[in-house]
Design a protein around this ligand. Structure first.
Ligand code: ADP
Ligand code: ASP
Ligand code: MG
Length: 402
C-alpha cells in the first residue's frame, strides 16, 4: 500500500514531536507500506518569518517572502529524515522542487499546475521513506513559490493524487473534524464522515483544520482524506469523501467562525449600469478576494455598496478604493466583524434553517449585519466580540452536541 501522511505544525513543533512523527512513520513503513510524508514548518515558524520580513517592510517583495517562508518546511523535512535514518529507516528529504512540484507564478498563493513524480517514485522504488517539504513548489522560471497559508495540506493531497496513493492521512492536533472548533465549543462532537462539499464550505468559511484549496483538489482528484491526531494515531479520525445519501439526512453538519474578514461600505456611489463592474474589476485586478456583497436600492441616483474582504487584503483594498473616493460620498472600513456560518448538505431539502438561525441570534441579542446563503450554507456577519457566543448558541440550537 502507498500512504501519504501529512504532519502539521504542532505535530512537528519540537524535537520530541518530530521523534514522535518518526515513530508513527516507522510503524507504517515496517508494516511493508510505501510512505510519502509531507511536513509543515514547526508551529509558529511561518508567522515568525513573516514578522521578520515585516520588520523591514510593510509590503516586502513577494519573491523574497516565498524564499524566506519556504525554509520552515525544509527544516522539518530534513530533521525528520535525520530522525528516521537514526532509527534505521531509510529516508530522503526533498524540497518542493526536488519533489517535482510545478506551480503558477503567483508568489505567496501559487497554484499547483503539475507534479512530475519521477523523483519520488525513484526513491520509493529504493524502499526509502520520501519526505517532502510542504507548502512550496517552483514556477516556470525556477523561482520558489508557496501555496498559501495551510498549503502543506494541498501538497499532501496533490502528491496523493499524482502518485495514486491508496491513502491520504492528515495528522494534526485534533483527532478529526468536529461539529465546530473544539477550542470554541468543548461540547463539539467528532464527525465520522463528511462530504467534500461540506468540508470545502467549512474550510473556506473559517475552519482552518483543512486548507480549503486542498479539499477542492481532493474532490477533483477523488482523493479520500482521513484527518487524525498525531498525539493519538491509533484513534480513528474523520473521513472526507464523496457525498452519500445518508449524509443528506443531517441538516447542519458543522459551524464555522471566521474573524479574519473586514467589511467595506461605499456610500453614495453613482447608481448606473456598470458601476459595480468597475469597482469589482479593480479589486479583482489586484487579486483581492471579495466575498459577501450587498447593494441597496438606489435613491436620488445614489446607492450604497457593502462587501467583505479578507483582513489581510484590507490595506490593498484601501489603496484601490482611494482613487474611487472621488466618485463616492464616503468609504468606511470595519475590521471588527466575524462571519458565523452553518453548513450541511441536508439544507438542500429542508426549509426553515435560516429562520431558526436568525431566531437563535436574536435571543442572544446579537445583531446581524449581513447575510448570505447558498444551497448548503448560511453565513451571517456579526460584531466580532459575539463570534464565539454565536457559535455556541447555534451549536446548541441545532443540537450538534447530541
Ligand atoms: P496543523 O498545524 O496540523 O495544520 P491547524 O492549526 O491548521 O493544524 O488546524 C487544526 C486546528 O483547527 C485545531 O486545533 C482546531 O482548533 C481548529 N479547528 C477549527 N475548526 C475545526 C473543526 N471543525 N474541527 C476540528 N478542528 C477545527
Ligand atoms: N507553514 C505554512 C503555514 O503555516 C503551511 C502549513 O503549515 O500548511 O501556513
Ligand atoms: Mg493547517
Amino acid at each position: 500500500m502507498l500512504i501519504v501522511q501529512k504532519f502539521g505544525g504542532t505535530s512537528v513543533g519540537g524535537l520530541e514531536r518530530i521523534e514522535n512523527v518518526a515513530n508513527i512513520v516507522k510503524k507504517y513503513k515496517e508494516k511493508g507500506n510505501n510512505v510519502v510524508v509531507v511536513v509543515s514548518a514547526m508551529a509558529g515558524e511561518t508567522n515568525k518569518l513573516l514578522e521578520y520580513a515585516n520588520h523591514f517592510s510593510k509590503t516586502p517583495p513577494q519573491r523574497e517572502v516565498d524564499l524566506l517562508v519556504s525554509s520552515g518546511e525544509r527544516v522539518t523535512s530534513a530533521l525528520l529524515s535525520i530522525a528516521l535514518q537514526a532509527k534505521g529507516i531509510e529516508a530522503i528529504a526533498l524540497t518542493g522542487r526536488q519533489a517535482g512540484i510545478k506551480t503558477t507564478s503567483d508568489h505567496t498563493k501559487a497554484r499547483i499546475m503539475d507534479i512530475n513524480p519521477d523523483n519520488m517514485q525513484k526513491y520509493l522504488k529504493e524502499k526509502k521513506v520520501v519526505i517532502v517539504a510542504g507548502f512550496q513548489g517552483i514556477n516556470e522560471e525556477g523561482e520558489v513559490t508557496t501555496l498559501g497559508r495551510g498549503g502543506s495540506d494541498l501538497t499532501a493531497v496533490a502528491i496523493a493524487g499524482a502518485l495514486k496513493a491508496d491513502k491520504c492521512e492528515i495528522y494534526t492536533d485534533v483527532d478529526g473534524i468536529y461539529t465546530t472548533d473544539p477550542r470554541i465549543e468543548p461540547k463539539a462532537r467528532k464527525i465520522d464522515i463528511i462530504s467534500y462539499d461540506e468540508m470545502l464550505e467549512l474550510a473556506s468559511l473559517g475552519a482552518k483544520v483543512m486548507q480549503s484549496r486542498s479539499v477542492e483538489l481532493a474532490k477533483k482528484l477523488n482523493v479520500d482524506i482521513e484527518v487524525k491526531s498525531s498525539f493519538d494515531p491509533e484513534i480513528k479520525g474523520t473521513l472526507i469523501t464523496k457525498e452519500t445519501e445518508d449524509m443528506e439526512k443531517v441538516l447542519v453538519s458543522g459551524i464555522a467562525l471566521d474573524k479574519n474578514q473586514a467589511r467595506v461600505s461605499i456610500f453614495g456611489v453613482e447608481d448606473r449600469p456598470g458601476i459595480s463592474a468597475e469597482i469589482f474589476n479593480k479589486l479583482a485586478d489586484k487579486n483581492i478576494n471579495v466575498d459577501m456583497i450587498i447593494q441597496n436600492v438606489g435613491k436620488d441616483n445614489k446607492a450604497n455598496l457593502t462587501f467583505t474582504v479578507p483582513e489581510t487584503e484590507l490595506e490593498l483594498t484601501k489603496e484601490v478604493l482611494k482613487e474611487y473616493k472621488n466618485n463616492a460620498e464616503n468609504v468606511e472600513y470595519d475590521n471588527e466583524i466575524a462571519k458565523v456560518s452553518l453548513v450541511g448538505v441536508g439544507m438542500k431539502s429542508h426549509s426553515g434553517v435560516a429562520a431558526k438561525a436568525f431566531d437563535t441570534l436574536a435571543q442572544e441579542n446579537i445583531n446581524i449585519l449581513m447575510i448570505s446563503t447558498s444551497e448548503i450554507k448560511i453565513s451571517m456577519v456579526i460584531d466580532e466580540k459575539y463570534g464565539e457566543l454565536a457559535v455556541r448558541a447555534l451549536h446548541k440550537a441545532y443540537e450538534l452536541d447530541k
